[in-house]
Write a protein that binds this ligand. Sequence first.
Ligand code: PGA
Length: 262
Amino acid sequence: MEIIVQETAEQASMLAARLIAKTISDKPDAVLGLPTGSTPLPLYKELIRIHKEENLDFSSVTSFNLDEYLGLGPEHPQSYHHFMYENLFNHINIPAENINIPDGLTENVPSFCIGYEQKIKDKGGIDIQLLGIGSDGHIGFNEPSSSLTSRTRIKTLTPNTIKDNARFFENESAVPRHVITMGLGTVMESRECILLAFGEAKAEAVRQSVEGPLCAMVPASVLQMHNRSRFFIDAEAASKLEKVEYYNWVFSNKPAWQQFEK
Ligand code: PGA
C-alpha cells in the first residue's frame, strides 16, 4: 500500500491523472474501472485536458463503472450514466461501445450482474481501478459488512450514504435505496487500484482503511491485501494518519525509476 499525500486535491488529482495517462499511452487498449462522485472530478478534468492538449487517445480504451442506482435510467440527471457522460465521456474519444455502466433499469439484477462480471473477464480484467471512498469506508457501493470477496450485485445503501448523497437530489427521500455495485472481490482482481480521498470528512475513513485492521466493517481496508494499491489524498484527508511522516518520507525518497511524472 502506498500513501501519497499532497497539499491539495488538485495536486493529488494531477499526479493520479498522469499515472492513468501513462497507462493508456503504454497500453492503448487499457481497461479502466471508474467511479463517480465529487472526488474524481478534478482528475476527469485533467484527463480531458491531456486528451485535448496532448492527444491522449481513448479510442481503444474500455471502461467499467463501479456502480449505478437501481431505478434510474441513463437520462436521469442523477444517474451515474448521466454523470459519466457529462463529466468525462462526452469530452474524450472513447467509443460508446467500449463504455460499460451497470444498468439501473435491468429487470433481472442477478443475471445482469453475472453478465457484467463476465464482460470484465472477457476484456482481460481491469488494468487500473480508480476509487473514491465513502465517509463510512465504502468503495463502490460496498457498504460496511460487505463480504470482502463479494462480486457485482445489488446492495442496499446505508442511511449514512443516503444522507451523504442527498446533496445531489431534491431531498433525502429521492435517493434510491438500492444500487448495483461491483463487489470487493471484483475490485481486488484489478491489476492496480488508485483510491482518491479529499477533505476532512474522509479523514477517519482513510485512517481506518490504512492503519486499522482489515475488516468488512471498513470495506476499503480490503485494499491492504492488494499488491498494487495507492491512496492519493490531500492534507485534510491525511490529518488523522498516525504515520503520515513515514508515508511522506517514502514518497520523497523514491529511487529515480520509481518517481512520478508530474
Ligand atoms: P464523493 O463520494 O466522491 O462524492 O465524496 C465518494 C463515495 O461515496 O464513494
